[in-house]
Ligand binder design. Structure first.
Ligand code: SF4
Length: 379
């Protein structure tokens, strides 16, 4: 590949928006989860270490050119100003990513795609060391991994990865309830989630577990909440991040909904499940809801001390009148509201109310299907 570009994968966690993206494997080696469409139809591939090293050198070449331009334009080698100019007019996606990363300090990197841990430990160690040697401003390297793979790795191997520079792993826990995991074809059991999570924590790698609210559907929502809390309590990860199930064409779950095998919960029911989950958590994790699919994005804090405040937010939503609940749901799904406090903003409230009248047809209620279809735009 030319030295002005390198390969990029399709996704990264929201918290890695300003990280350098490096694709060390392609796609997902499992690729069967019913609720996931990201890599469907695409084949998993390990990338040769030499190829990844070439990509890292391409990043360095782009960075060096930015520095040169900075000197020539009188910015004294500081890359921020030049990076800002490139952000407005990037040559390609790769140079945009490098500019964004440098503009935000150039300290974090995220290794793509779905399960970097599947690489041989010594190969991943080699990549991490080369990355940190070549781009020494990087102090934080994070990646996605599967619990099943983390459960199979020895803690000593994970320690080697940490020592080589791997700072954090993002793991899709989704649920801690075995029947949900099995039905969704997650390819992992609650026990493996616990083993994988504990291995990562024991190795001193920061751990972020993602939970998918609504994944139990109408049939298994209670157990989804209580068993997920049980598994998280055992792992005690540094971070728990919530997302809400969103279903669209291309996911196997889409067909399950159409044929009636999976019955989706309404927003109110999902919130009831979220309440049960939080009530049952007794770990010391940071809980974060920083995803646009979550109805109550403001639920956030350190457990256990902020638990009551989180439950108060849920109680505040549950105490709204049916009309205000509907207005809030719609406002969130239209991207107008960020949190419950926005209900007190007359301009926002009015614009949502007007949208409600347009979308409801009969002028009363907007049906759940319309709300689901609005959510689909977010993923
Ligand atoms: S393991 Fe992750 S990326 Fe792979 S199919 Fe499941 S949810 Fe999607």
């Amino acid at each position: 590949m030319a030295m002005d570009s390198f390969e990029l994968g399709p996704i990264r966690p929201p918290s890695e928006a300003y990280s350098l993206l490096l694709r060390v494997t392609r796609n997902c080696p499992w690729n069967r989860c019913k609720f996931c469409h990201v890599y469907k139809g695409k084949k998993f591939e390990l990338r040769p270490v030499e190829e990844v090293k070439q990509d890292i050198l391409a990043v360095k070449a782009i960075q060096d050119r930015l520095k040169e331009t900075s000197w020539k334009s009188g910015y004294g080698g500081s890359v921020e100003a030049v990076a800002a100019a490139i952000l407005n007019n990037p040559q390609n996606e790769a140079s945009f990513n490098v500019a964004l990363w440098l503009y935000h300090g150039g300290t974090s990197a995220f290794l793509q795609d779905a399960n970097t841990l599947i690489m041989k430990t010594d190969e991943l160690v080699e990549v991490l060391k080369f990355l940190k040697q070549t781009l020494p401003t990087i102090t934080r390297v994070t990646s996605y991994g599967r619990s099943k793979t983390a459960a199979k790795k020895k803690v000593e191997e994970l320690v080697q990865l940490r020592e080589a520079g791997l700072s954090r792993l993002h793991i899709g826990l989704e649920s801690g309830y075995d029947p949900v995991l099995k039905y969704m074809d997650k390819g992992v059991t609650a026990a493996e989630h616990i083993k994988g999570g504990k291995n990562i924590m024991a190795a001193g790698i920061s751990l972020c577990e993602y939970v998918l609210l609504g994944l139990g559907g109408k049939k298994m929502w209670r157990e989804h909440a209580t068993e997920t809390a049980r598994v998280l309590n055992e792992i005690n990860p540094d971070f728990i991040r919530l997302r809400t199930l969103t279903i669209k064409a291309g996911m196997p779950l889409y067909e399950e909904v159409k044929n009636g095998n999976f019955i989706r919960q309404t927003d109110e029911e999902i919130i009831e499940g979220e309440k049960l989950l939080i009530e049952n958590l007794n770990c010391q994790s940071n809980l974060i809801s920083d995803h646009i699919t979550n109805l109550l994005q403001e639920i956030e804090g350190k457990l256990p001390e902020d638990k009551d405040r989180m439950l108060d937010t849920i109680a505040k939503f549950q105490a709204l009148s049916p009309a205000e609940k509907q207005n809030f749901k719609l406002g969130r799904r239209l991207g107008v509201y960020e949190g419950l406090d926005d209900l007190g903003s007359p301009p926002k409230h009015d614009s949502v109310e007007q949208a409600r009248q347009r979308l409801s047809g009969d002028g009363k209620q907007v049906d759940e299907e319309t709300i689901y279809s609005l959510m689909e735009r977010f993923i």
